[in-house]
Design a binder for this molecule. Structure first.
Ligand code: FAD
Ligand code: UDP
Length: 383
C-alpha cells in the first residue's frame, strides 16, 4: 500500500521546519527529506560541555517584526544577548558597527559633529551620486578610512571579488551611527535561544516523519512507498532544474572549529572580525560568549570564505545583476511547475536572515491555506 502525504518538504532548515509545522497544524500531512545527517540546516547547534556550538557560523536572532519575535518565542526561551563584534586591523581593535567608539579609535575625535565633518571631508572630492556598487555605497556612507581599514579587505575576501563588482545593499546591512552604541543591529528584538537552535527545529518537526542523510533527487527516484500532493523545495533552485539555464553563483565557507577544554576564555568576545585581506579567515567566533560565558573550557570557530563548487555548501547567494537575471529565468520556470513550491535562502536565492525566512514561510503557508489570513499564525495580543 502506498502512503500518501499532502506535502513533501525538501530541507529540514528553518524554512522547511516552519512550513511543515504550520501545515500540520492546518491538518495537512507532511514528510521531510534532508540530505545532511541532521536537521536544522545552517542554524544547527550542538552541545559541547554546556556550550552551544553554532556549527555553521554565528547565528543571532534579530528582528523588527514583533509578530515574528512572538512566533519564535513560542518555541524557545531567548537570552538577552546583544551582538557587539569587534574588528582587528593591523593589530588594532575597533568597535563595530561603525559608531562613535570606532570614530574615536580611528581619529581621536569625541563628538558626532567632528565625526560627520571628518567623513564629509574624506569624500568631498569623490563626487558619488547614486551609489552603483558596494565600494561607492561604503565610501559615501563611511568615508575612505573606514572603507580601507574595516570594509574593503573583509568584503573582498568574504565575497571573492572586488567591491566595485558587488551590489550596494550588502553593506547597508550594517548600521552606521553617530552615537556610542556597539549594538550590531538596529532591530528592537534580539537574542539567542538558551537551548540552541536545534531545539527549535526539533519542536517544529515534532511528530513529522523526517528522513535524513538522503538527497531529494535520490530519494524521489528510489522510493515507491509514498505519494505526495505537493513538494516544497528549499535547496538550490538551479540544482532542482539540473542547471538547465546555467549555474547561479554562491559563496561558500569553510568552518574550522577548535575545542579547547582547558581554556576558559580565548578571545574575550563572541565575534572578532579580521578585516585585513591577507588574513585568510574573516572572523573567529567563541561560542560560549553568546551565552554569557556559560560552559566548561571553550570552543572557537574560524570562518574561511571559499568559492562554491559541488561538494561544499552554498551559504550565500551572490545577488549581482547577472545572477539575478538568471534567477528570474529560473523563477519563471518555477512558476510554471505544478505542485512544486520553492522557499528559503536557496530556493528563493535571497540573502535572508532568520526572521525573513519565518515571515516568508508563513506567507507561503497562508497562500497554501488561502482561507486563513497570515495574522492567524501569530499569537493574538488580545488582553
Ligand atoms: P538552510 O538552512 O540552508 O536549509 C536548507 C536545507 O535544505 C539544508 O539543511 C540542506 O541540507 C537541505 N537541502 C538542500 N538541498 C537538498 C536536497 N537536494 N535534498 C535534501 N535536502 C536538501 N541569520 C540571522 O538571522 N542571524 C544571523 O546571525 C545569521 N548568521 C548567519 C551566518 C552564516 C555564516 C550564514 C551562512 C547564515 C547566517 N544567517 C543568519 C542566515 C540563516 O542561516 C538563514 O536565514 C537560514 O538558516 C535559512 O534557512 P533555510 O531553511 O532557508 O535554509
Ligand atoms: N562587513 C565589512 N566589515 C566587517 C563586517 C562586515 O566590510 O567587519 C561587510 C561585508 O561586506 C559583509 C557585509 O558587511 O559581507 C555584511 O556583514 P554581515 O555581518 O551582515 O555578514 P553575514 O553575517 O551575513 O556574513
Amino acid at each position: 500500500m502506498m502512503k500518501h502525504y499532502d506535502y513533501l518538504i525538501v530541507g529540514a532548515g528553518l524554512f522547511g521546519a516552519v512550513f511543515a509545522h504550520e501545515m500540520k497544524e492546518n491538518g495537512k500531512s507532511c514528510m521531510v527529506v534532508e540530505k545532511r545527517e541532521q536537521i536544522g540546516g545552517n542554524i544547527f547547534t550542538y552541545d559541547t560541555r554546556g556550550i552551544q556550538v553554532h556549527k555553521y557560523g554565528a547565528h543571532i536572532f534579530h528582528t523588527a517584526n514583533q509578530q515574528v519575535w512572538e512566533y519564535i518565542n513560542r518555541f524557545a526561551e531567548f537570552n538577552h544577548y546583544i551582538n557587539s563584534p569587534i574588528a582587528i586591523y593591523q593589530g588594532k581593535v575597533y568597535n563595530l558597527p561603525f559608531n562613535m567608539n570606532t570614530f574615536h579609535q580611528l581619529w581621536g575625535i569625541k563628538t558626532p559633529a567632528e565625526a560627520r565633518h571628518r567623513i564629509a571631508d574624506q569624500i568631498k572630492d569623490l563626487h558619488i551620486g547614486d551609489p552603483a556598487n558596494l565600494e561607492e555605497q561604503a565610501l559615501s556612507l563611511a568615508g575612505t578610512d573606514i572603507y580601507e581599514k574595516l570594509i574593503k579587505g573583509y568584503t573582498e575576501k568574504q565575497w571573492g571579488r572586488a567591491c566595485q563588482e558587488l551590489p550596494a545593499f550588502i553593506i547597508r546591512r550594517l548600521p552606521l551611527r553617530f552615537t556610542y552604541d556597539n549594538n550590531y543591529f538596529n532591530d528592537p528584538y534580539q537574542g539567542i535561544p538558551k537551548q540552541g537552535y536545534t531545539a527549535i527545529i526539533t519542536q517544529l518537526l515534532k511528530d513529522i516523519p523526517v528522513v535524513t542523510g538522503v538527497d531529494y533527487h535520490h530519494f524521489i527516484k528510489n522510493q515507491d512507498s509514498f505519494t505526495f500532493g505537493k513538494t516544497l523545495y528549499t535547496g538550490m533552485i538551479d540544482e532542482f532544474f539540473e542547471f538547465r539555464l546555467g549555474r547561479l553563483e554562491y559563496r561558500s565557507l569553510r568552518f574550522e572549529t577548535e575545542d579547547m577544554p582547558d581554556c576558559d576564555n580565548w578571545q574575550g568576545n563572541a565575534v572578532v572580525n579580521y578585516t585585513e585581506k591577507k588574513i585568510p579567515y574573516t572572523r573567529i567566533i567563541e561560542h560560549k560568549h553568546f551565552y554569557y560565558g556559560q560552559g566548561e573550557g571553550t570552543v572557537i570557530t574560524r570562518e574561511y570564505p571559499q568559492d562554491y563548487q559541488e561538494g561544499n555548501e552554498p551559504y550565500y547567494p551572490i545577488n549581482d545583476d547577472n545572477n539575478m537575471m538568471r534567477y528570474h529565468q529560473y523563477r519563471e520556470l518555477a512558476d510554471k511547475q505544478k505542485n512544486i513550491l520553492f522557499g528559503g535562502r536557496l530556493g528563493q536565492y535571497r540573502y535572508y536572515d532568520m526572521d525573513k525566512v519565518i515571515e516568508s514561510a508563513l506567507q507561503l503557508v497562508a497562500q497554501e491555506n488561502r482561507e486563513t489570513p497570515i495574522e492567524s499564525y501569530f499569537p493574538s495580543n488580545n488582553c
